[in-house]
Design a protein around this ligand. Sequence first.
Ligand SMILES: *[C@@H]1O[C@H](CO)[C@@H](O)[C@H](O)[C@H]1NC(C)=O
Ligand SMILES: *[C@@H]1O[C@H](CO)[C@@H](O)[C@H](O)[C@H]1NC(C)=O
Ligand SMILES: *[C@@H]1O[C@H](CO)[C@@H](O)[C@H](O)[C@H]1NC(C)=O
Length: 442
Amino acid sequence: MHTHQVMDLRITKLFFFALLISATKAADPCASLSDGSGVSVIPVYSKCSPFNKPNDDSLVNTVMKMASKDPERLRYLASLVAQKVTSAPIASGQQLFNIANYVVRVKLGTPGQVMFTVLDTGYDAAWVPCSECTGCSNATFSPKTSSTFGTLDCSVPQCSQARGLSCPATGSTPCVFNQSYGGDSSFSGTLVQDSLGLGNDVVPNYAFGCVSAISGGSIPPQGLLGLGRGPLSLPSQSGSLYSGVFSYCLPSFKSYYFSGSLKLGPAGQPKSIRTTPLLRNPHRPSLYYVNLTGISVGRVLVPIAPELLAFDPNTGAGTIIDSGTVVTRFVQPVYTAIRDEFRKQVNGPFSSLGVFDTCFAASSEAVAPPVKLHFTGLDLTLPMENSLIHSSSGPLACLAMAAAPNNVNSVLNIIATLQQQNHRIVFDVTKSVVGIARELCN
Ligand SMILES: *[C@@H]1O[C@H](CO)[C@@H](O)[C@H](O)[C@H]1NC(C)=O
Ligand SMILES: *[C@@H]1O[C@H](CO)[C@@H](O)[C@H](O)[C@H]1NC(C)=O
Ligand SMILES: *[C@@H]1O[C@H](CO)[C@@H](O)[C@H](O)[C@H]1NC(C)=O
């Protein structure tokens, strides 16, 4: 069967489940998410997420709540690219967990214990709250009941990659870390290894941080699965099993019951897909930089000075694809140029709503021009769902992009998750390309 047929079947199946549950409360639609060999990608606020808290928020409110953490994410990414130190590829713990948009279900240990971890393409390491963790939630990993669990010594290279504390002068000790988080919080633990189960696959001896204590009030409960390009990341640690290839399809922000998928390895990836080269920034090896060469609004190629989009490893300038930011951000002059062209083609008046500064009567939506991103070798026309967001009160539609916040001196353009929904994004670290194709993944 073709993927699409499978998808359609799954959509139909889930749809009926959704209907059923509303009628009878009979089955749990979320239970089916663990079927099959793919790994589900679940919006953290959606029905099937264990971190979901019931709320009556409208879509735009949910998105704005999620996007309220974007400035911190940008500050984190900006701090990464500003650093020129190559020996410490791990970020300061400062904004570490503040990116909880999508979670994936993994199994740790033998037998496998189910954990939901945050998907992060801007970060390498994995971190999980372990049992008897002081201050963690009760959804923890229990090393004692795993037959494949092992500790790692402070002398192993992974320990310095994870910013572990250095070894004492004599004797060997486990790799211990203690990192600060926000102004008032910190977390500590040890770097350990165990089997990581993803769908039907098992990655043996996966190195990850086993968090044993958190202090302060601002550390959310999820573990973290780093999908960056550095040595501690999943693509690196899984080696020949996945050949450095993975893809994800993020479900629509409008979906509540649905999930997307994480596909690991070259098998099952789209056969014909347009790709653009990944650019390597030696100062910031985790990030997936691409060459964004221009932006069109409708038929107009927006006039933007090439140097505003140019990749520069020394300053960190350029464009990244990120799973931890919600709303796509451009450096101020680039956003202003896009927005001005968009406004020219749509009937005003325009108002602001949260981070969005170009909202207009939804009745004018028919004339709203599509936004097209031009990358080297790949043009991506954003479906309306990915370029406009609706407010229920109004009714208003808003251009769903923004400039970098004023207080973040960012040189980065970030292609974020609102703009990625219902596309398959295929990262091939070995061939150093990323492919993007439309896919209705939920
Ligand atoms: C965590 O605690 C809640 C309520 O305190 C309980 O319902 C849930 O089953 C617990 N989860 C685990 C994994 O122990
Ligand atoms: C980390 O170290 C600091 C300073 O020694 C300490 O105050 C804090 O409690 C530690 N954090 C954790 C979570 O153990
Ligand atoms: C990005 O694309 C532009 C336009 O084609 C080209 O001039 C530039 O060299 C490319 N940059 C990189 C780093 O490949």
